[in-house]
Ligand binder design. Structure first.
Ligand code: 5GP
Length: 352
């Protein structure tokens, strides 16, 4: 009895555990579906208008070359933190739109509030004050020090759209929104090059996580970005249908010429940002890390990302026609999920 009190009995579902039920629809063609959304925020007075997809701040994904393509679709690219100020100048001079990029800072600032990462984004924002998005990205958004940092950044930048995470439970989603986040980044362990679940045993099935976190966020006029685990356009549709306002992609956008990586024997190396490979490439001293939670995969060259984006948008448009949603905004309202397989997926919150 005592042990049972630490097991959550409800079924929690992943992308592969569900499908969307087809429904009668008056839509005649997928071309008539509108994937653009206008989104307002709890804290920032700015608005987002566009297709609510984000490129992750990873090597091979969060690049200026990626941003130049995604901005055509009014999507957001979270620019990886390793570019120099000169590279920033060159990119912005050559047509990267300030309106479609986010600056990001990583984990070290919560241990040292004056850490270089945060200092760098301050310099970038001073130089280009029209950048609207700041992404505060840590592996574990549950630490009190992270919430305090979100509050500090909100105070310093009252008008910016702040994206903060990662978490995957409703109470922490609420906490980050209350402390100053506009968009909470949700996902612990689902990433294509993430090994958190195997290295630590920690995680949460992504579709249920999205449903619970978006419900919590929307109650506070906040938003979420579903981060990690999408491998197909269908997964992206499921994320929107489960309530995600934005969807963030790593692996699906990797392996293209916009990765700014060298092709070796026809493949691109793609790795988690806390993998040993990322540490090596960015000369980060591993001493500071308890263990690597990322791996390396090899992806065949898929050409330009434009083709992949078109495929994604085509897939999501088709989802909308199958379930009768005229606009992306209507997807959650029109969606009924079918649970497709019998799974036993108990979540142990504590073991005694
Ligand atoms: P994907 O779209 O590739 O499935 O997931 C992308 C997300 O994986 C990123 O936005 C980030 O949150 C997460 N991620 C990236 N690198 C790592 C890593 O090394 N370890 C972990 N645990 N997650 C990672």
């Amino acid at each position: 009895k005592r042990l049972m009190s630490h097991i959550e009995q409800d079924l929690k579902l992943n992308f592969d555990d569900v499908l969307l039920k087809p429904k009668r629809s008056t839509l005649s063609s997928r071309a008539s579906v509108d994937l653009n959304r206008t989104i307002t925020f709890r804290h920032s007075p700015k608005t987002f208008t566009g297709v609510p997809l984000m490129a992750a701040n990873m090597d091979g994904v969060g690049t200026f070359s990626m941003a130049k393509v995604l901005q055509k679709y009014n999507c957001i690219t979270v620019i990886k933190k390793h570019y120099s100020l000169d590279e920033w100048k060159e990119a912005i001079g050559s047509g990267v739109s300030l309106n479609h990029i986010a600056v990001c800072t990583g984990a070290n600032m919560i241990h040292d509030p004056n850490a270089e990462d945060y200092y760098n984004i301050k310099k970038i924002l001073e130089q280009w004050p029209d950048i609207n998005y700041i992404c505060l990205d840590v592996a574990n958004g549950y630490q009190e020090s992270f919430s305090n940092f979100v509050a500090r950044v909100r105070k310093e930048y009252p008008d910016k759209i702040i994206i903060a995470g990662n978490v995957i439970t409703p109470e922490m989603t609420e906490q980050l929104i209350i402390r100053g986040a506009d968009i909470v980044k949700c996902g612990i362990g689902p990433g294509s090059v993430c090994t958190t679940r195997t290295m630590t045993g920690v995680g949460y099935p992504q579709v249920s996580g999205i449903m619970e976190c978006s419900d919590a966020a929307h109650g506070l006029k906040g938003q979420i970005v579903a981060d990690g685990g999408c491998r197909t356009p269908g997964d992206i549709s499921k994320a929107y249908a489960a309530g995600a306002d934005f969807v963030m992609l790593g692996g699906m956008l990797a392996g293209h010429k916009e990765s700014e990586l060298q092709l070796a024997n026809g493949v691109y190396e793609f790795y988690g940002m806390s993998s040993d490979r990322a540490m090596e490439n960015h000369s980060i001293d591993k001493q500071h890390y308890k263990g690597s939670e990322g791996k390396v995969v090899y992806l065949p060259d898929r050409g330009s990302v434009e083709h992949t984006i078109e495929e994604i948008l085509g897939g999501v448009r088709s989802t909308c026609t199958y379930i009768g949603a005229e606009k992306l905004k209507d997807l959650p309202k029109c969606a009924t999920f079918i649970q497709t397989r019998e799974i036993v997926n108990l979540v142990f919150s504590k073991y005694e």
